[in-house]
Design a protein around this ligand. Sequence first.
Ligand code: S3P
Length: 431
Amino acid sequence: MIVRPCAPVNGTILTPGDKSLSHRIALLASLCEGVSHVRGFLRSEDTGIILEALSALGASHAWAEDLLTIRGARWRRPQQALDLGNSGTGMRLLAGLLAGQPFATRLTGDRSLSSRPMRRIAEPLRLMGATVELTEPGGTAPLRIIGGELRGIEYHTPVASAQVKSCVLLAGLFAEGRTRLSEPAATRDHTERVLRALGVAVRNEGTRIELDGYGSAGPRLKARDWTVPRDFSSAAFWIAMAAAWPGARLTLPGVGINPRRAALLGVLNRMGACLLVTPEPDDGSGEPVATIQVEGAELHGTEVGGAEIPDLIDELPLVAVLGALAKGRTTIRDAAELRVKESDRIASVVDNLRRFGADAEARDDGLSVQGPVTPRGGVGIDSYGDHRLPMAMSLLALRATGPVQFDDVGCMAKSYPDFWRDLRKVGGDAG
Ligand code: S3P
C-alpha cells in the first residue's frame, strides 16, 4: 500500500464494531439457551476466528446482512485443535470457559500469538482445578486444557490485564463457590457488563471483582439481543489523525466511550486538542456511546503513565505518533505490557517513528519522542504483522514530504478490514 501526502482530512466515518465486546458477546451467547441477535458485531478476522471456534464447540451462527444470529448450545469436545489465529482475547477468554468443560481441548495460534505469555492464565486456572498444559518452554501456546470440576479462588492478578481478569471470571461461572479477583489497576470491564446484562451478579469495588459460581453445570443463561457500539480503539486513529492536523475536521458517530477504554480523550485534551464528545441515548449495549467531533489543532507533548495505562493500552502507539507531531517531549511510562502485544510495540513503534525521521527512544517500560517532526517521505513502513501499527503510522504518512510504502498490511483485517477505504472517504490518498 502506498500512502501519499494530502490536504487535511474532512468528513464522517462509521468505524467498525467493538472487538473486545464482540468477543465477549460471541462467547457467552454461544452458551446461552436460545438465539441471540447481535447488531454492530465486528466483522473481522479475529471475530471470524472466534465464531469458527465456537461452531467447533457446538454453537452455530449466521449472518443476514449486518445482523449476526448466534444459537447457543451445550458445548461438546471439538474434533480437532482450535486455531485462534492472532487473537489473544479469543485464546485467553476461551481458555477460561474451556476450563469448566468436561473435556480436553488444544488451542493453537499463529506465530505472534504463540509467542505471547500464557502462564498468566494457566496459573489461576490451575489453582481453580483445571489442567492446563503449556507445551512450550517459554510458557506460550499451544496449550491443552483439560476442564473439570472447578473451585472458586481468591486471586490477585500480577498484571493489569482484562484478558486475565475475564479468563478467571468466565472460569468462575463454572466453579463451586465464590471467585474473588483483584488487579493492580482497573482494566476494561466489558466482561462484567455483559455478564450483568445476562443476569449474573458480578460485584465490584474499585479493582476488586467477585462472582458466585454455578458449579460444573454452569449458569443457565437466556439468549438476548445485543447492540455493539463502534470500537473506540478503531475510532482512535481518526480522532488522533484529525486532532493533530490543523484544518482537519472529522465526526465519529456511535463510538463506545467506556471510561476504561477512552483515556486517550483525556490525553488529547492535555495535549491541547479540540474535541467535542456528545453522549448518545442508551442503545441497549450496556455501554456509554457518544458522537465524537474533532477539529485539528497544534498539540503539545505530554506524559502518560500509572493507572491511566490500562485505559489506553491499545492507543499507546498512537500516543507515540501524536508525540512525534506535537511540540515538545512526549513520554510513555509503566507500559511494559506493550512488549507482549501483537508485536513488541515499544520496539516496533520506535523503529517506525525513526524511519520517518522522528527522534524516538525506547525505554524498558515505554518510550519517549521529541516533536514536532516533519515526517520524511520516500520511506518504507514495517507493520511487524501488528494490525494497529500501519493505522497509527498512516497519520505520519499523510503528512510526509512524499509517498510512503506500507508493507505487509494484511494484518489490519484483524480489527479494521476497511481502514484504507475509510481513509479515502475522508480525502486520504492510499492505494
Ligand atoms: C483486551 C484487553 C487488552 C487489549 C486487547 C484486548 C480485551 O489486553 O490490549 O487488545 O479484549 O480484553 P490485556 O488484557 O492483555 O492488556
